[in-house]
Design a protein around this ligand. Structure first.
Ligand code: HEC
Length: 140
């Protein structure tokens, strides 16, 4: 066998092998979903819910390692910082603080994450959508 063939087979086996490493891809129950005006909620659902709620849509490539590792890490971290599925359980002071952070992230174009909008271009926020969120989040 040629060396290149052996290397190819090894790479193939590694790629197959890593598919068996388990990653967390769960959607826990939604208990206190955000209650906000429809136009606001629709934006969040379209642009943020995949990482900031328990209603993540896991596309096929999110099931293939090593992409699955990156995606599940984003979702896990995203939910830790902000989980719209728990929103109504939060104290008003916490909600206020999160709203400020939400607007900050959006104003600085940090959210939704760039690697996400690359694959979900429709999740990008135009000026109108940003304005809608701003009004809800910080009131002007
Ligand atoms: C692809 C996954 C993904 C999407 C989509 C996404 N986020 Fe995030 N978000 C994260 C991750 C991961 C973190 C934590 C690490 C960081 O701050 O970069 C985070 C952090 C945050 C934080 C906390 C920042 C801080 O300093 O603690 C806020 C607020 C936030 N996101 C808002 C949003 C909003 C609003 C949207 C939709 C417009 C959104 N995110 C879309 C993954 C995502």
């Amino acid at each position: 066998m040629r060396l290149s063939t052996i290397i190819f087979i090894i790479i193939l086996l590694v790629i197959i092998g890593i598919q068996f490493i388990e990653v967390k891809k769960t959607n826990p129950p939604v208990t206190a979903d955000l209650n906000a005006p429809m136009e606001v909620k629709t934006i969040f659902q379209k642009s943020c819910y995949d990482c900031h709620s328990n209603e993540t849509k896991w596309p096929w490539y999110s099931k293939v390692a090593p992409v699955s590792w990156l995606v599940s890490k984003d979702v896990e971290e995203g939910r830790e910082h902000l989980n719209f599925s728990d929103w109504e359980k939060l104290l008003p002071a916490k909600q206020r603080k999160l709203k400020e952070e939400i607007w900050e992230e959006i104003e600085e174009d940090k959210m939704p994450l760039g690697n996400y909008t690359l694959l979900h271009p429709s999740a990008k926020l135009d000026l109108m959508k940003k304005q809608t969120i701003k009004k809800w989040a910080v009131g002007n």
